[in-house]
Design a protein around this ligand. Sequence first.
Ligand SMILES: *Cc1c(COP(=O)(O)O)cnc(C)c1O
Length: 369
Amino acid sequence: MNPSDNDERVARALHHAGVQPAGAPLTPPLVLTTAYVLPGDPAGDYQYARWANPTWTALDAALALLEDAPVVTFPSGMAAIAAVFYGLLKAGDRILLPADGYYTTRILAERFLVPLGVAFDLVATAALGQKSFDGYRLVMIETPSNPALDLADIRAVSAAARAAGAIVAVDNTMMTPLGQRPLELGADLLVSADTKALNGHSDVLFGHVASREPKLLDAVRDWRRIAGAIPGPFEAWLVHRGIETLELRFARMSESALALAGRLRGHRAVRSVVYPGLPEHPAHQLARRQMRGFGSIVGVTLADKEAAERFIGGCRFVRAATSFGGLHTSAERRARWGDQVADGFIRLSVGCEPLEALWRDMQRSLDAL
Ligand SMILES: *Cc1c(COP(=O)(O)O)cnc(C)c1O
C-alpha cells in the first residue's frame, strides 16, 4: 500500500465532516431516539431507529474512509460474523473456516448453521495455500491466526477461492484497516471485531463488515435491519471516539510489540517467541508484504503453566485478562480456554505504555522465575 494514501485516509477519517456551518458541534453528537419526525408518506433516511441513526451515520462515514469501502456496523464482532453467515448463506451451502481462528465462529457454524443445512469444513491457516476451494460458497480467512500467529496469503487464497466460485471473507480484527487491507488484496468482504484494537479502550463490544460489492453488503445490511442486531448509539459514539487515536495506538503498539518480541526471545526464562515481525517466523516474508506493522500480539512460551502464571502475576504493567488490542497491556495463558497450545504459552497483547517501562517490568518478573 502507498503510505501517503494511508496517511490521507487517516487524516480524512478524523476530519471527514469537511466544512461545517459556524456553531456546529466539533464532535459527532450522540443521538438517542427510537423514531424520527415523519409526517405524511415515509421519505428520507431517518424513519425508524432500527434502520438508521445519525450517530451510526457519522461513524460509518469515518470507518468507510478507513476501509475505503462502505461498512455496516454491529453490536459485537460475532454479530458482524453472524450477519455475513445469515445474510449470504442458504441450505445446501458449504463453507470453509479456519481451524485455528476465533473459536466462537466455529461454534456458531456447528450449533446454528449445520441444523439449517449449511455444512462447514476446517483448515489450518498455514495450510490454506494448499487447499482446493471447489464446492465452497464462502471461504473465511483469519490472518494472523489467533493465538498461534500463523499467516495465510490473502491475495493468493482470494484469487484461488474466487476462481472456484467462493465468496472470500477475511476476519481483520487483529490488524485493523491500518495494518492490513484485505479488500485491496482481493477479498470480497471483511469482518472486524472492533471490540479489540479498533476501538482499543477495552470498554465496548462492537463490530463491522466492509465490502465494495453492493449486493453482498446489502444482504448483510438487510439482515441487520430485519433481525435487529443493531449497535447502540452510545457504543457507536464510543467507537467513533476510539478510532480518532487508532493510528497513534496501532503504531505504538506494533513498534513496542516488535521490540519486546526481540528482547523476550533473548531472555533465559523464555522458551520461544512467535511474532510475524521476527525474521525467524515461518511466514516473515509474507508478513512484510501483506502487513503494515506486525500487530500488537506476541506469543511467548515459558517452561510450564506455573512459570507462565507467575510471570503474569509478577508484572505491574501487564493485566491478567482475556481479549486483546486495548491500550493497557494484558496477557493470558491460552491453554486455560482449551486452545491447542503449550501449557506455558502466553498471549501477550502489547498496549500503549512507554516501551522501556513495560520491558523493565517484564524483565523483572522473568528474572524472578
Ligand atoms: C474477539 C474476536 C471476535 C468476536 O468479537 P466480539 O466482539 O467478542 O463478538 C471475532 N474475531 C476475532 C478474531 C476476535 O478476536
